[in-house]
Ligand binder design. Sequence first.
Ligand code: SAH
Length: 388
Amino acid sequence: MEVILQRGKARRVEDGHPWVYGNEIDVITGEPQTGDIVDVFNFKKDFIGRGYINTKSQITVRILTRQRSEPIDISFFRKRLFACREYREKLGFTLNYRLVFGEADFLPALVIDKFDDVYVMQTLSAGMDKWKRVIADILLDDFGASGVYERNDVPVRTLEGLEETTGFLSNEFDTRFVIDEEGVKFYVDLVNGQKTGFFLDQKENRLALQHIVKNAEVLDCFTYTGSFALYAAKFGARHVTALDISAEAIRLMQENVALNNFTNVEGVCANAFDVLPVWVKENRLYDVVILDPPAFTKNRKGIENAVKGYKEINLRGIRMVRPGGFLATFSCSHFMDVNLFYDTVASAAKDAGRTVREVQFLNQSKDHPVVWGIQETHYLKGLILQII
Ligand code: SAH
């Protein structure tokens, strides 16, 4: 079965992007069913790649291989998964890391996180979902997995005509356990946690707090499981205030605090947009303010409002930094690109009347690689700034 692209519409895919949109296609031959493997050609009939199709999705084909001689079968997936592990191991990841980061690992719409010998999976497209069992079996048979769990309760699946679902892809196992990250312990809850249970993408950025939080009063906004708050406590903060709108998040954070026997982390359950302006008015000041908000937009249309949201919290955050203290600020929205992120934080600093010294630019952890030419693979960025 073949998909032939329109003249002038093949460039992006030929240059390495794995997505073929429906409106780029000229003809489809052979009536492929959802999830079938098809060969993609340009209008001159040059082979571009092979991938899975879903004519119900705007992203109609996602390319899996560019090699015409490579069939898509169990050994293809085994080879790719081994390459994923090899890349992470080369970079020093051992126990807990993202094993597969979708498009960035040339396995579009597949996400796998590893916590020791337990794996959590998401198959976010119909074409990848078809291989779910095969992939779980590779993890069990070739990777020594003791358990595999699927967290497919993700709304994007509906764009692919899939249902949201969760459950074991192996024998049942204990889905709540403790991991140790750089000497800090966290409960991971694969069933009830956000996304796949724990945010591995901030791993290296948590370490970036190391020196600036020593003896500091720290405010961690959008704390969730308290990951930044706990690292701050570990690295010698005098006191940490950890803020989240969700009572469940504050409860998780407090459990993690108790697990590590910290006594100087205080939880506040409130909406940052309500409480930060009040705290600014009260002249509250901190040595370090951390802002790690959720993606305020998941699409291009929402950018304007998202920018307003980011600017608002950065403005309040900056105002609460003692002169000479630090702001650690993040955005995990792909649509907020690096330039827009810089501009937004800069405009907040300007409104606050503060001079900024850039200490460090931060990125998603190396187990979430960014592939040049596949811009969607870059979503998390951050800055550590000294606020003069
Ligand atoms: N920093 C965390 C991840 C943050 S996820 C970590 O490293 O693990 C974003 C968090 O922001 C979620 O826990 C969500 O409950 C919280 N949140 C969303 N909107 C909020 C708001 N308006 N005020 C405070 N917290 C909010």
